[in-house]
Write a protein that binds this ligand. Structure first.
Ligand code: BGC
Length: 498
């Protein structure tokens, strides 16, 4: 071999080695980065852990906070608001009533016919429309004018109304925000939650604002009941099943209400009701306890929200936030690795990943996780997502949703504990807990997270069984109501009509 040939061979060999070194170097770097992704996931899993022991601490904390909120005004982050609903509809209600529902992302108007028989509630008309986003942060007059106009159009479609024998129309207003009620048909907005923030509204009587807007539109309609969505849900749940003692909403926001003995509401001594009971709106979205498993993502989400240090439980559980927690985790993973090759600028846009899309990725059963890839492409504009990255995204959704569902289950058991329906009353004189004393206990539930996200509801039930034990859990029935926040409110308008 001539010198030239040897020289060339050496050059080629050196170049090949260099290329190999670069390739190996890249692989090592990429593996290291991938290990980073895995460690972000591990850290998330650890921080979100909800073993049954921790859930039981949350149960106890919920029950303790309920007592504190009932003992004094401001005694707890749980407001435990009076609703003045002391009697739930019983089936004898008659007539035609309207309901308006303002709360999450949609606004609804409905009309309900009642003919004095439980089984024949007729919801003959419902109209739903997305709330124009600008109205959520505009002025109360603009918001209520929109509501009143929608009702006016709805009523106009009744034609001459000849089939509705009416003097004055009565309606129930489902207003899904914390309200300090003065009566069943009046109450002051304490604060906004979810995406609403209309400054000139806080501290004002919500029913009066609506009543004024109705008058501006020339409508002769009386606001007979001002109702939280949980209370409407309890009313409908109880109407169909008198063993219903509490109601939960897990949708855009989350909350619970339940039937309380009047003598347990210590902050309102002297309050008397014929039934000796009253529905209490807990506003559990604002519950907080050091036992809640909090991550750095929750802390950042809270700090960047319009209501920091508020609605802590809601921010871990409800539909408005779950997608955004997932987005924050994926953003960190993509910044610390080459998981998606590029860090899409879309990753940085708050709330761009809505919870229904997150749920669709979580529940993608296709072998190649096609839906995950499609959604990541659609939302974040990532053209190609490798299979292992798709799997990681599904795992992140799982961790976030599982924590939410298990915490919601602990909240429910907290209520049952407070009212003596968690089976612990069965422990007497050191005898073991028995289920013989446990009464059938129904909890009405509504909201997309529970009713449309099957992994969420599965995790919730699994946790209920773990916390209560199967013998007790079998007496606790979680029942989905069909539009309690609409029909239930119309029923209450009927019960409290003039
Ligand atoms: C509100 C509650 C409401 C819940 C569910 C929360 O953000 O504060 O009043 O019941 O959302 O809609």
């Amino acid at each position: 071999m001539g010198r030239l040939a040897v020289g060339m061979a050496v050059t080629v060999a050196v170049a090949a080695c260099a290329v190999a070194a670069v390739v190996v170097g890249r692989r090592v770097k990429s593996r290291r980065k991938w290990r980073k992704v895995v460690s972000v996931l591990r850290e998330l899993e650890e921080d979100c852990e909800t073993p049954v022991g921790r859930l039981k601490q949350v149960v106890d904390a919920m029950a303790v906070e309920m007592h504190a909120g009932l003992a004094s005004e401001g005694g707890s982050k749980l407001k435990m608001l009076l609703t003045f609903v002391d009697n739930l509809p019983n089936g004898t209600e008659r007539g035609t009533y309207y309901a308006l529902h303002l709360g999450g992302t949609n606004f609804r108007v409905l009309r309900v016919h009642l003919n004095g028989q439980r089984s024949s509630v007729l919801e003959d008309e419902v109209e739903r429309q997305p709330i124009p986003e600008h109205l959520m942060t505009s002025t109360s007059e603009e918001l209520f004018d929109f509501i009143a106009s929608s009702l006016k159009e709805f009523i106009a479609k009744e034609g001459d109304g000849s089939n509705i024998p009416m003097s004055r129309r009565e309606l129930g207003f489902t207003f899904s925000f914390p309200v300090k009620q003065m009566s069943v048909s009046s109450g002051i907005l304490i604060k906004w939650t979810k995406a609403f923030s209309i400054v000139n509204m806080v501290g004002r009587d919500v029913a009066a604002c609506l009543q004024e807007a109705l008058a501006r539109k020339g409508l002769d309609v009386r606001v007979a009941a001002l109702v939280n969505d949980t209370v409407g849900t309890l009313a409908l749940g109880h109407y169909h099943d008198p063993d219903t003692v509490a109601a939960i909403i897990i949708g855009t926001g989350t909350n619970a209400c339940y039937l309380e003995r009047i003598d347990a509401i210590i902050k309102c001594q002297g309050l008397l009701t014929a039934s000796g009971r009253m529905v209490v709106n807990m506003e559990w979205g604002n519950f907080w306890s050091s036992h809640l498993p909090r991550t750095s993502y929750d802390i950042d989400l809270d700090a960047e929200s319009p209501n920091p240090n508020d609605q802590g439980f809601e921010k871990m559980i409800s539909g408005m936030y779950l997608g955004d927690i997932v987005r924050r985790v994926i953003l960190r993973m993509s910044m610390e690795s080459d998981m998606f090759e590029l860090v899409s600028p879309k990753f940085k846009i708050p709330f761009i990943l809505r919870t229904p899309l997150m749920a669709a990725m979580h529940e993608d059963n296709s072998p190649d996780l096609r839906e995950v890839a499609r959604i990541l492409k659609e939302v974040f504009e990532i053209p190609e997502v490798p299979m292992k990255a798709r799997k990681i995204v599904v795992k992140v959704c799982d961790v976030v949703t599982r924590r939410a569902a298990r915490l919601a289950a602990a909240g429910i058991v907290g209520i049952l504990k407070k009212i003596g329906r968690d089976g612990s009353g069965g422990i007497t004189g050191g005898r073991s807990r028995s289920d013989t004393k446990m009464r059938r206990t129904v909890v009405a539930i509504e909201g997309g997270l529970y009713s449309s996200y099957s992994l969420f509801s599965e995790y919730l039930h699994e946790a209920l069984n773990e916390i209560l034990g199967e013998d007790i859990a079998k007496h606790v029935i979680i029942k989905v109501t069909e539009d309690g926040s609409g029909i239930g409110t119309a029923l209450l308008a009927a019960s409290y009509s003039s």
